[in-house]
Ligand binder design. Structure first.
Ligand code: AHR
Length: 556
């Protein structure tokens, strides 16, 4: 149907259309347009936005990343080889470790030196309800420290990623942090720690650039007030050995929309005369809390997308608060934990997968819309890390012993890697909004114990959204169609000084949003080629319902 005739029809249809929307819970008519302003760059998309998070939690490290040198599972010095290969495929830019909450109970010195001398320690997650019933000896309740700094940095190097280490602020002190930097970065032969590193096979320094100063310092990381944490942060940054490395510190930022935490930290740090070096990044965590990973109905889907979509407003609110004190916006947002988190379902593939869950096409869509959100704000987001890489929350991979599969979330990262380092372009997405009852959002929030206020009888979500970027002559467009039943016949139009030489597309989803991969059916959800027809200044294609699409447009 032509756009003009659709608009005409929809205007005439009047109350009949409204009635059918009310019944369906969603707008269901219409074509769509994506306009890309090729002459309006927004900034460079930091590749670090596509980073990952690994915590000493459940089966993330042991069984996930680390299988041990003597394992029958294919490994490279103890690290799961299949995982390394996939990390290279998605061009993983950085990996965060060892936490998360675990970081503030971890002494890095336990995880270096000869493996048979390393102590066993109680894991932060030992008493978590999700750990109930696990063996009272060994992993994951007790950390054998077989995977420490050397093993983590090796995992990063093999994967082509930068290490991002999180320091313990709750239960250690700044001196121990200084020494960790010394261990990683002091030149060969210069310090005793450099000698210990050399004995582990790495005489040359690791040159670790990214360092988190604590984690969730308002909660598991010490229950500090913003002023107390600012004081800790000042102590940690006041002196640090640099060894020629451009160290980038990430301060422990807010829990979701807690703007008060942001305001009070920035006010403290930016007090004139204190001489505090501002951090590179301000960590922000926002999970989409939902009840059920697999047992959900159609009416549960849009509220989940709406909650995931709140990321944009939360980011903007913090950015505004930061700008009151950091006038030049020197400090960037580092969203180093995000993803859908199912609080009341147990869909883990093995009992040891504490906080483990299955990942469906619905999760791929929520992850994609989050990555698009980051892409649309390249000047604000310096880094982000999906929580977590394997066997935990929004995982790209699931594994147990010799089983190893990718999830739909992995495919999103594989599709979106083309944005890394590109120039983000302004784009306008036009499609009928999806409307659904507010009560559904309230239900989703209250089912996970969230008291957030939601008002009004109806709420709405955009009908299409995404992001665009340009690298050389290749324009990458990624777009989410969240509609459960309606495909969108979509015209992509290039505005400005460009025309299309060729285009190709790939799509994820398009069928039941419950679809997911299992050890028995590892490729139930994968990307497929889609048809994209070149139409002079644009491209025409159909975006299936519940889908994520990537269009690669070569400009002439
Ligand atoms: O990712 C799981 C946990 O969620 C992390 O350890 C913590 O930082 C957050 O609360």
């Amino acid at each position: 149907m032509e756009r003009r005739s659709f608009l005409k029809t929809s205007a005439l249809a009047g109350s009949a259309l409204l009635f059918s929307r009310a019944l369906n819970g969603a707008d269901s008519q219409g074509d769509a347009t994506v306009e890309i302003m090729v002459d309006e760059p927004l900034g460079t998309i930091s590749p670090l936005i596509y980073s990952h998070f690994t915590e000493e939690l459940g089966a993330v490290i042991y069984d996930g990343v680390w299988v041990g040198e003597n394992s029958k599972i294919a490994n490279t010095g103890g690290i799961r080889t299949a995982l390394i290969e996939k990390m290279k495929q998605i061009k993983a830019p950085a990996v965060r470790w060892p936490g998360g909450c675990f970081a503030d109970s971890y002494d890095w010195r336990d995880g270096v030196g000869p493996k048979d001398k390393r102590p066993r320690r109680t894991d932060f997650w030992v008493d978590d309800p999700d750990s109930k019933g696990l063996p009272q000896k060994g992993v994951p309740s007790y950390d054998p420290n077989q995977f420490g700094t050397d093993e983590f940095v090796r995992f990063c190097k093999l994967s082509g990623a930068e290490p991002y280490l999180a320091a313990n602020v709750r239960s250690l002190n700044a001196y121990v942090f200084d020494q960790w930097v010394e261990y990683c970065n002091s030149p060969a032969g210069s310090t005793t720690w450099a000698d210990v590193r050399a004995a582990a096979g790495s005489p040359e320094p690791y040159n670790v650039k990214y360092w988190g100063v604590g984690n969730e310092s308002w909660g598991c990381g010490g229950q500090f007030t913003p002023e107390e944490y600012a004081s800790e942060y000042r102590r940690y940054q006041a002196w640090l050995p640099r060894y020629g490395v451009d160290l980038k510190l990430v301060a422990s930022g807010p829990n979701q929309d807690d703007v008060d935490w942001t305001t009070r930290f920035f006010q403290n740090i930016f007090t004139p005369g204190r001489g505090v070096r501002p951090p590179f990044g301000w960590s922000m965590h926002y999970y989409t809390d939902l009840p059920q990973a697999l047992k959900f109905t159609a009416e549960d889907v849009y509220p989940g997308y709406e909650l995931a979509n709140r990321m944009e407003k939360i980011m903007l609110d913090h950015w505004t608060a930061m700008g009151v004190y950091d006038r030049n916006h020197v400090v960037k947002l580092v969203v180093d934990e995000y993803g859908p988190w199912y609080r009341f379902s147990d869909t883990r593939l093995d009992p040891t997968h504490v906080l483990g869950q299955q990942l469906t096409v619905r999760d791929a869509i929520m992850t994609a819309l989050t990555l698009d959100t980051f892409n649309r704000h390249p000047e604000k987001v310096g880094m982000a890390a999906c929580a977590q890489l394997i066997n935990c929350i929004d995982s790209l991979f699931l594994s147990h012993e010799d089983h190893f599969i990718t999830t739909p979330v992995f495919h999103v990262f594989d599709m979106y890697k083309w944005h890394q380092g590109g120039q983000a372009l302004r784009a306008q997405f036009s499609a009928p909004d999806i409307t659904f009852p507010r009560t559904a959002v309230r239900k989703a929030l209250s089912s996970v114990g969230d008291e957030a206020v939601v008002g009004g009888p109806q709420t709405r979500l955009w009908g299409l959204n995404g992001s665009a970027s340009l690298t050389g002559k290749t324009l990458t467009l990624t777009v989410v169609n969240p509609n459960l039943t309606e495909a969108r016949d979509t015209q992509v139009l290039l505005r400005g000084n460009a025309s299309v030489a060729s285009a190709e597309a790939e799509v994820l989803g398009g069928e039941d949003v419950h679809n997911h991969n299992t050890f028995d059916q590892p490729d139930a959800v994968t990307t497929k080629k889609a048809t994209a027809s070149v139409t002079g200044k644009g491209v025409r294609l159909t975006l299936p319902p519940s889908s994520v699409t990537r269009v690669a447009i070569v400009l002439s």
